[in-house]
Design a protein around this ligand. Structure first.
Ligand code: ADP
Length: 510
């Protein structure tokens, strides 16, 4: 069986980076070198070809004065050194190589070290050779220069038929062979240089790529160190140190830190919530337990105590029930975008309905309702949620009113928003408390609010709902004089229907 648990061999990104970059550089340098090498050797070969052509032309020119096939004597006369010439007398004696030294200064010049000039008769017999070296000879009817292999070495061989100047008949052949010594020497030098250059380029690339990768990956190492630390100690507030490179990795570090902050905040909120909930439940549970104890000890037989304890316990269970229901609302308010994204509600309708309900339940209050909208306004919100927010606000206005039992509600619009305000003339909220009343379980006066059945969750539910529907909730309050709570929601404009377009068209046609 294959062992899947075996850890895969770790390959550092630095090494991979260095490896692939140098492969890339190697490919590029190799490509360019081949191109340069090819061009260069071509030019060199062309030069050698030019020498061969030149030499063949010169020799052929000398021999073309004959009108019948040339003989060894003819060739020697034309090509042997002129013993009478002062200039060549010294040059003649080459005892070391014992080579034939030829007379014509032009040919001397043309016959470079690596060049061998041979002359053949019309029946392929060698009549003359400038050096003691034999090369394959092939008669030809036109000038040919070919790269051939002789004894495992590349040589350039040129063959030219010599035609008589007088009657144009074939009188012999001239063969010029270039052993390409210079060419081979230059090519091998070039190859050595190219090889050294390639090795240097790859070496420098490997080192530079490794260093660059090391430098670039530093922030990633810091991020992974931070992750490891947080994994070991989930509560630690360790963060990625500031990355000064001012690039994408610096952004990544910052993003990672803000993500950690956010997670930390969520975790804190979560544990705070659990703490708050258990704290809130502790009182009713304690009250119920106290009454039960009392009943168990001596209250069973006293109908008055029994009645009072049962009533108190029932009230506390109701409180717990409402607390649980509100907590559920709060957690549901967080999933609105998924569940109610396409709900559209007529805001005026809900506004009127909630006002009427409260008027009926609280006849002791005077409701002054002000509607500034000229036409029904729609907003993208689930009807029950808008209702819930209005109920929370008007319910609070009633709960925290004092002597003046008057509630003003209004609905109005701006360019893009519909605004609903709920005003009371009750106890008001101190400036320090205004921002806190949206926190979960926050109550300005805990005991008083409890008496009125408040759990401190209403406004936090309202705020979450408003934010979920891209709206806003705000407070203006003056301690002792009352408060105005205002909500804003983006107006939803019904898309123009197609049928209407067609009608328009019909109208214009008429
Ligand atoms: P509660 O259930 O206690 O009313 P809320 O979240 O609705 O919880 O309100 C939080 C606190 O804000 C209340 O306990 C109260 O102190 C204060 N508050 C809310 N509405 C008003 C208001 N209209 N006038 C004065 N205080 C208010």
């Amino acid at each position: 069986m294959i062992d899947d648990t075996k850890p895969k061999k770790r390959r550092s990104l630095k090494l991979k980076w260095a490896f692939f970059t140098s492969i890339g550089v190697l490919a590029i340098v190799l490509g360019f070198s081949l191109l340069i090498f090819n061009r260069f050797t071509n030019v060199l070969l062309q030069q050698e070809q030019y020498y061969i052509t030149n030499t063949m032309d010169t020799v052929s020119n000398r021999l073309s004065n004959y009108d019948s096939p040339i003989t060894e004597k003819n060739v020697n006369e034309d090509l042997q050194p002129d013993l009478r010439s002062e200039k060549n007398r010294d040059g003649l004696v080459d005892k070391k190589t014992n080579q034939t030294i030829y007379s014509d200064s032009l040919i001397v010049n043309l016959s470079r070290d690596s060049m061998v000039v041979n002359v053949f008769s019309t029946n392929n017999k060698k009549l003359f050779q400038s050096k003691a070296a034999s090369f394959r000879f092939k008669p030809t009817d036109k000038t040919k220069i070919k790269l051939i292999k002789q004894d495992g070495k590349q040589v350039l061989r040129g063959t030219k038929p010599v035609l008589s100047k007088k009657n144009g008949s074939l009188v012999g052949y001239v063969q010029v062979v270039d052993t390409l010594d210079n060419y081979h020497r230059t090519v091998s030098k070039l190859l050595t240089i190219i090889l050294i250059l390639i090795m240097l380029a790859v070496l420098i690339t490997v080192v530079l790529a490794y260093l660059l990768a090391f430098e670039l990956l530093k922030p990633i190492n810091q991020i992974s160190k931070t992750i490891t630390k947080i994994k070991e100690e989930p509560d630690s507030d360790v963060r990625v140190p500031e990355i000064k490179t001012n690039d994408e990795l610096a952004d990544l570090g910052q993003l990672f830190n803000s993500m950690l902050d956010q997670t930390q905040r969520y975790m804190n909120q979560q544990s705070q919530f659990v703490e708050d909930v258990s704290h809130e439940l502790r009182t009713p549970v304690a009250v119920i337990q106290g009454h039960m104890d009392m009943l168990l000890r001596w209250g069973k037989d006293d109908p008055e105590v029994l009645n009072e304890s049962l009533k108190a316990s029932l009230q506390e269970t109701k409180r717990m029930q409402s607390l649980v229901a509100e907590m559920l609302d709060l957690s549901r308010a967080e999933q609105i975008e998924i569940n109610y994204a396409d709900e559209v509600t007529n805001v005026n309708e809900v506004f009127d309905q909630v006002n009427n309900d409260f008027k009926m339940i609280h006849p002791e209050f005077t409701f002054i309702v002000d509607d500034d909208t000229r036409e029904p306004i729609s907003a993208k919100i689930y009807r029950n949620h808008l209702e819930q927010v209005l109920v929370i606000l008007i319910d609070n206005a009633i709960k925290y009113s004092k002597d003046r039992k008057e509630i003003h509600t209004s609905i109005s619009t701006t360019m893009n928003t519909v605004n609903i305000a709920v005003q009371d003339f009750g106890e008001g909220i101190a400036p320090d408390d205004v921002s806190k009343v949206f926190n979960r379980f926050y109550r300005v006066d805990k005991a008083r609010s409890r008496d009125k059945g408040g759990n401190g969750l209403g406004l936090s539910i309202a705020k979450r709902l408003m934010e979920a529907y891209h709206g806003d909730i705000s407070i203006e309050s003056s301690l002792g004089y009352g408060s105005i709570f205002q909500i804003k929601l983006p107006i939803y404009h019904q898309p123009v229907e197609k049928v209407a377009d067609e009608d328009d068209e019909l109208d214009s046609n008429e």
